[in-house]
Design a protein around this ligand. Sequence first.
Ligand SMILES: [Zn+2]
Ligand SMILES: [Zn+2]
Length: 342
Amino acid sequence: MQALQKTAAAFGLEFREVPQPAAPAAHEVIVDVVAAGICGSDVHIYDWSGGYDFLKQAFPVTIGHEFAGRIAQVGVDVAGLQAGQPVVVIPSVECGVCEFCSAGRLDECRDRRGIGMLRDGGFARFVRVPALNCLALPDDIDLGIAALCEPLSIGLSGVKAAEVKRGDKVLVMGPGTIGQGIALLARERGAEVVVVGYDDPGRLDGVRALGIDRTLDLKQQPLSDTKQLIGADEFDIVIEATGVPSTVQAGLDLLRPSGVLVICGIHGAPVSFDAAKLVRNRHQIRGTYRASRATWAQVRDFVVEHHAALVPMVTHRLPLADALEGFEMARNKIGSKILLMP
Ligand SMILES: [Zn+2]
Ligand SMILES: [Zn+2]
């Protein structure tokens, strides 16, 4: 089968003819991948712009960690999953042997291997994964929309870290898929949401297509104009999903006293901010990363319930053979989520 792989510590990705995965071990399954999203981190791996040196140990490796498909084959000890079952895959595999795993505290495992990072992922027709990493989906769901579960799980983790509640005024910085998910999930909790981006008209259109009308492109208007959009001087919560270091101070400047700023973005450089101002305003900065299994289950349920409303998040579906075109579109911020359809 054809697989889109990272093979060298340099720009680019390579299509390689690889064998189909061997039969699954006792607790594993083979997933026939239907849809796999191109993530911002995949674009970083493609660009090789820094931060992913840890992947070298796994080269050559098939990337792609946001995917859904159907079970093709199950290992002998797998219960509850059968061939043909649609599933979405949690792309982080616990070690199974550390003190946390042994105690059943899988979310705390320190020795994980990411599917589509350190082991083969979803930019190929078939992938072998632990059965425990599969969440069942109903038969009639669009698996392209189900592939949004991974970025939505990051979004829900951010919304939970921020403790968003009804009536909160929430500023979301970054209109990509994660920012869109944060906005939707914060609105679901009854918040008033504003989304900002920089020179990002296509993805801000995507935000509005989701019914979130209050958006601002910072190339055209200053961030302070968001105050008019909410009719207030400050936000209760700021959630950052850009990875751009300057957004942290900019977000803090719009936060009310005792407000919370959550960082979801992966920052390629250290962030500086005015700590005295932070202290005097009793601001809190919180980080969030990789959703817990409980959050994943909630996201799966959210996607099953609201999949029709999520349709605008997916703007392109390309055959796997056109993957490199898809990566160029993603790095040029053309469209929102671009899916490859192996
Ligand atoms: Zn992702
Ligand atoms: Zn472990």
